[in-house]
Ligand binder design. Structure first.
Ligand code: FPP
Length: 261
């Protein structure tokens, strides 16, 4: 049975067992390039095509939010040349893709500590977010200079400052209040986390948001990720029974779905 509070698009997603919010750790660019005797950066450039194909697929399938891990707070420690190419790619993608996103009614959002980027990149990000702000077919969330621990610490600081100023009391710090300060708070709960490249770890990605997400790991290296691999992940997700701490029997006989759905 469906959550009676869900809106009509939530109900369609639930009925089709389609995730509303999918996040992807796009791993394997370097190995993909090295297998071809090319520099690792060749793999990052090839990865842009896989980004395009995932966005097109997510929009076609009616997924509401797609969060892509483009650059972690730890990635600054990579060789300078590689970091430089990744920054150039962000500039390039913002210049070449934003009009297409807008034309397709897709909202672009960037989450992470943007103060780490050069001012020009920050301006391009703000302009792209402003242009696409009212689009509602899909939110493409790019996580850049992002870390899950950073996200949690940031939320804790916001709440601590409200307590210190007397705006709220200690007892007002609830999970719901905390969640309001997490970078993805305006998007649906994370349903499915996909990681390409064969490793089985979260790598400081959406730590708070992963609480009840389903995980899907594939050996496919990111530049080879396409609609067919994405569909396989969605099909796998649709087979799962999400219990949110309840028993299987409770889920089967429940009048309403558990709240986290
Ligand atoms: C991880 O592969 C990938 C990255 C750190 C960068 C991802 C960037 C892109 C796909 C291109 C830009 C995308 C956007 C949205 C602007 P890795 O280098 O760790 O690969 P490895 O595990 O094989 O070394």
């Amino acid at each position: 049975m469906l959550n009676p509070d869900a809106n009509s698009s939530d109900k369609v997603c639930a009925a089709l067992k389609m995730p509303r919010h999918v996040a992807i750790i796009m791993d394997g660019n370097g190995r993909w390039a090295q297998q071809r005797n090319k520099l690792r950066t060749f793999g990052h450039k090839a990865g842009v095509e896989a980004v395009r194909s995932s966005v097109t697929f997510a929009r076609k399938k009616g997924i509401k939010s797609l969060t892509l891990f483009a650059f972690s707070s730890e990635n600054w420690q990579r060789p300078k040349q590689e970091v430089g190419v990744l920054m150039d790619l962000f500039h390039f993608v913002l210049k070449s893709e934003v009009k297409k996103l807008h034309k397709n009614n897709i909202r672009l959002k960037v989450i992470g500590d943007l103060s780490g980027f050069d001012v020009k990149l920050q301006e391009k990000i703000s302009a792209a977010e402003a242009l696409t702000a009212n689009n509602d077919a899909l939110v493409l969330n790019i996580a850049a200079n992002y870390g899950g621990r950073w996200d949690i610490v940031n939320a804790a600081k916001c709440l601590a400052s409200s307590v210190a100023s007397g705006d709220i009391g200690l007892d007002d710090i609830t999970e719901a209040a905390f969640d309001k300060h997490i970078s993805t708070h305006e998007f649906p709960e994370l349903d499915l986390l996909i990681r390409t490249g064969g490793d089985h770890r979260v790598s400081n990605f959406l730590l708070w948001q992963c609480a009840y997400a389903e995980f899907y790991f594939t050996e496919t290296l990111w530049p080879d990720f396409n609609e067919s691999v994405f569909q396989t992940a969605i099909d796998d997700f649709a087979q799962r029974q999400r219990r949110f701490g309840l028993t299987g029997e409770q889920i089967m006989t429940a009048e309403v779905e558990p709240k986290a759905c």
